[in-house]
Ligand binder design. Structure first.
Ligand code: ZN
Length: 515
């Protein structure tokens, strides 16, 4: 029988290629941001649909929201998996919102029968031109529809629109909402929507629908949006805390440039209007403008992102200078001149979490994560954050005493998220001393297809394993001889079977458990 290294499942689970996976963090608007799980345009999207790389979501999800530009929703299909090995059928996206004058741009979702950790896409290349995807755990989402009386609160629009075109919520056709949580602005964060820049007014409506229906936020996450013609759209009430920079929304005004600006400059008109808007906000809320009060999304919050795009990020100092040169934009005239733009914008922060075996909910604290000369230790919840990492292909090394070392390569910059499991080492009193293997499934007594995921397995020779999500386990490199295999899982009675291991063969040792 073909022998599979018993940690092969983990290696498969690590194939989390592609764009930075933003993670859904906690509950409540202060933690909600526009970091996508995946955002792809044009050729990059075609490559994705042809190759179907596996993406790890960071945290388990029960729903996927999709914003897409294509002739038909069926041009893209999505499959999900708990363990990265066993996959759901390919699922069509259920359309939830289409702009009447823009049939090719729509929002939709797929709902999962059970939570998953991995996803992949397939489709016909060169049909869809844009796709943004967010994995969502419904239990952490706000159900804004329950018991609320929507209203469009009167906003302070009279103070905006000096020297540029300002479109109110009524102008662009915003849905009425009722959000809670006051803002008390102290700073400003600049984003890009990472969507196409065309048809901006329809796009703003579409983003509001997406943030409400697919993310389950109470309203569009940004306070303002600016299109390439320099028109400013009023977003969420400036009196209400936003949902734009995960972990950094408190007191923070969110301004999003409509478009995608990693490889393309925002327009002159767009930056000019943004500077005037920033000046008005500075004046109204007495915010002294500097690089410490006006930041790019990538510089704040708890999740890694390339937002607001490299080209926008490079213009932040000139944006502040322009805003300070605008009458009323000095915040009282006491602010210092803007600092020089950092020249090492190719340094990023790598985030992620480390867990035990195949079980992402069993987090591993105290593991060492190293990239080049930089190194950090995972927190008690298994998470880590490693700043100052150069954008290029790097080897990430994860080690902890008692666990098998893991090395994984990532194209840092394309992906800044690393999440992987570490396999427990063989018990030191029983090191691998043979070539016998043992595999099996842990299942509900009376029904061998009803598997018990993440059950623990102890072999009488001292070796242990944790079953994967499908109840499967395999242990290699054991001495021959009789063994007792004991399996345990919460709410089940522990049970044992005995088997005799033979060198060079793989014995089946499945264990039924009774509730
Ligand atoms: Zn952003």
């Amino acid at each position: 029988m073909k022998q599979v290294p018993w940690f092969a499942n983990l290696l498969l689970g690590m194939v989390a290629a592609g764009t930075a996976a933003g993670c859904t963090v906690g509950s409540g608007d202060p933690l909600r941001g526009d970091e996508p799980s995946l955002a792809l345009h044009d050729d990059a999207l075609s490559r994705e649909l042809q190759n179907s790389p596996v993406h790890h979501a960071g945290l388990p999800f029960s729903r996927i929201g999709v914003m897409m530009d294509s002739d038909a929703a069926d041009d893209v299909e999505i499959a999900t998996s708990t363990d990265g090995i066993t996959w759901s059928a390919w699922q069509h996206i259920r359309v939830r919102h289409v702009e009447a004058n823009q049939r090719s741009a729509f929002n939709g979702e797929i709902r999962l029968a059970q939570p998953a950790n991995f996803f992949k896409l397939r489709g016909t290349p060169n049909k869809a031109s844009f796709l943004r995807l967010d994995t969502v755990d419904d239990e952490r989402a706000i159900d804004w529809e329950d018991g609320e009386t929507p209203s469009n609160a009167a906003l302070v629009t009279a103070r905006f629109g000096n020297g540029y075109t300002f479109r109110t919520r009524a102008d662009w056709g915003a849905k009425a909402v009722n959000c809670s949580g006051s803002l008390n602005p102290k700073k400003i964060t600049i984003h890009h929507t990472d969507t196409p820049a065309s048809n901006p007014q329809a796009r703003v409506r579409s983003i509001q629908e997406y943030h409400r229906n697919d993310r389950h936020w109470c309203d569009i996450g940004y306070h303002f949006l600016v299109d390439e013609a320099g028109i400013v759209y009023e977003g969420r009430s400036i009196n209400t805390i936003g949902a734009h920079a995960g972990g950094a929304n408190t007191g923070n005004i969110g301004i999003a440039l409509i478009g995608s600006y990693n490889n393309q400059d925002p327009t002159t008109a767009q930056m000019a209007s943004t500077a005037k808007l920033v000046a008005e906000l500075s004046d109204k809320f007495n915010i002294a403008l500097s690089r410490s009060t006006v930041k790019g999304h990538r510089e704040v919050g708890t999740t890694s992102t390339d937002c607001p795009g490299n080209r926008t990020f490079a213009k932040l100092a000139s944006l502040i200078a322009a805003a300070n040169g605008t009458p009323g934009g000095s915040g009282g005239g006491t602010n210092p001149p803007p600092p020089e733009e950092p020249t090492t914008s190719n340094l990023v922060t790598v985030d992620g979490f480390i867990y035990v075996g195949m079980n992402p909910s069993e987090r591993l604290g105290g593991a060492t994560v190293s990239i080049g000369t930089k190194s950090t230790t995972t927190r008690s919840d298994g998470t880590f954050s490693l700043p100052g990492i150069e954008e290029r292909i790097q080897t990430i090394s994860i080690t902890k005493s008692g666990y098998v070392d893991v090395r994984v390569n990532r194209n840092i910059g394309v992906s800044t998220w690393v999440s992987t499991g570490l396999a427990k080492q063989a018990s030191p009193t029983n090191p691998g001393t043979g070539t016998a293997s043992l595999q099996g499934v842990i299942y509900r007594q009376g029904n061998s297809s009803d598997r018990i995921g993440y059950a623990t397995i102890e072999v009488s020779n001292g070796r242990t394993a944790t079953a994967d999500a499908n109840g499967f386990y395999i242990i290699n490199d054991m001495a021959p001889g009789a063994v007792t295999i004991t399996a345990a899982a919460p709410s089940f009675a522990t049970n044992s079977v005995t088997r005799t291991l033979t060198s060079g063969t793989t014995e089946w040792g499945s264990v039924p458990l009774q509730e």
